[in-house]
Design a protein around this ligand. Structure first.
Ligand code: ZN
Length: 293
């Protein structure tokens, strides 16, 4: 009976020493990412199993905050991130920082290799109306810009997506992400989305669950829907002929959000889908291929 308190103290002291060692050892963290080979323009899914149970986990990645959510069944933390098209080949630090149930901060650091993606350059000839907007059109485009700045300025850290991201239509891809286009030998722009060759009136569905941030006509985008999936991730659907959702509405993956069309600055009916993570455009095709929990 007299020895009991001493034994307890010893056990406590041993376990706390062990705990500090656990907390400081990087090799006891399991950190994976998808896709395995990261390139500029890629979205990323980080999967983290920390050495001890955590109350919260966050990360710094290329000057961005990565927001994580815990899956109690798989005992893993999941966070979405991205790499801008402008990112150079190299190694970039992923700094994880977690808080244990006792309020202790534990950290992890690993350098992650980013290689150069392969993107095409093409020359396109279009009518002048596509490259030289008139003053009235420019005014409209400026108004849209302030709406976009307001919408893009908000970051929703809470995860609304769940499970895989599915293409919004089943159709042939008519232009891939990252293509450098030179219009009429002069105007250059990078294609920041994925184009599906669909005729007007094709049902377009939400690629995952989220909240409708925008459902309104815009000059360049035409009838445009933007969905917020949380963790800084947005998807954008352009040139629609009809809206099937309203701003503020919550949608589920696969839900009809609009019909395809050729509104805005488009040379004909098609669906342009863009994926934006914390201000960066990333490749939708890569997002659709990620194996997500
Ligand atoms: Zn496009």
């Amino acid at each position: 009976m007299i020895r009991t308190p001493l034994i307890c103290i010893l056990i406590f002291s041993l376990s706390s020493t062990l705990f500090v060692q656990l907390a400081s050892a990087d090799e006891l963290w399991t950190v994976h990412w998808e896709p395995f080979r990261l390139v500029n323009g890629s979205p990323i899914l980080f999967q983290v199993t920390p050495p001890v149970h955590l109350k919260s986990l966050e990360a710094k990645w290329m000057d961005h905050e990565v927001y994580f959510s815990f899956d109690p069944h798989k005992k893993k933390w999941y966070g979405i991130a991205g790499i801008s098209l402008d990112t150079k080949e190299g190694k970039y630090p992923l700094q994880l920082s977690g808080v244990t149930s006792r309020g202790m901060k534990i950290t992890f650091l690993r350098n992650v290799a980013v290689t150069r993606g392969t993107y095409e350059s093409i020359a396109v000839t279009v009518g002048k109306q596509f490259t030289e907007p008139d003053p009235e059109q420019l005014k409209k485009a400026m108004q849209d810009k302030s709406v976009k700045q307001e919408v893009f300025g908000r970051v929703n850290p809470l995860k609304e997506w769940s499970g895989g991201f599915e293409p919004p239509v089943t159709a042939r891809i008519s232009d891939v992400f990252g293509t450098q286009r030179t219009f009429n030998g002069q105007v250059q722009s990078t294609h920041q989305g994925l184009d599906f060759a669909v005729p007007g009136g094709t049902p377009v569905s939400a690629v995952n669950s989220g909240t409708v941030l925008v459902a309104r006509p815009m000059f360049f985008e035409g009838n445009c829907v933007m969905l917020d999936h949380g963790q800084g991730l947005l998807t954008i659907y352009m040139h629609l002929s009809e809206f099937k959702v309203k701003e503020g509405e919550h949608v589920k993956r696969g839900q009809l959000i609009g019909l395809s069309g050729g509104t805005g600055r488009a040379t004909g009916p098609h669906l342009h889908v863009a994926v934006r993570w914390e201000g960066l455009y990333v490749d939708p095709a890569v997002l659709f291929n990620l194996k997500l929990p």
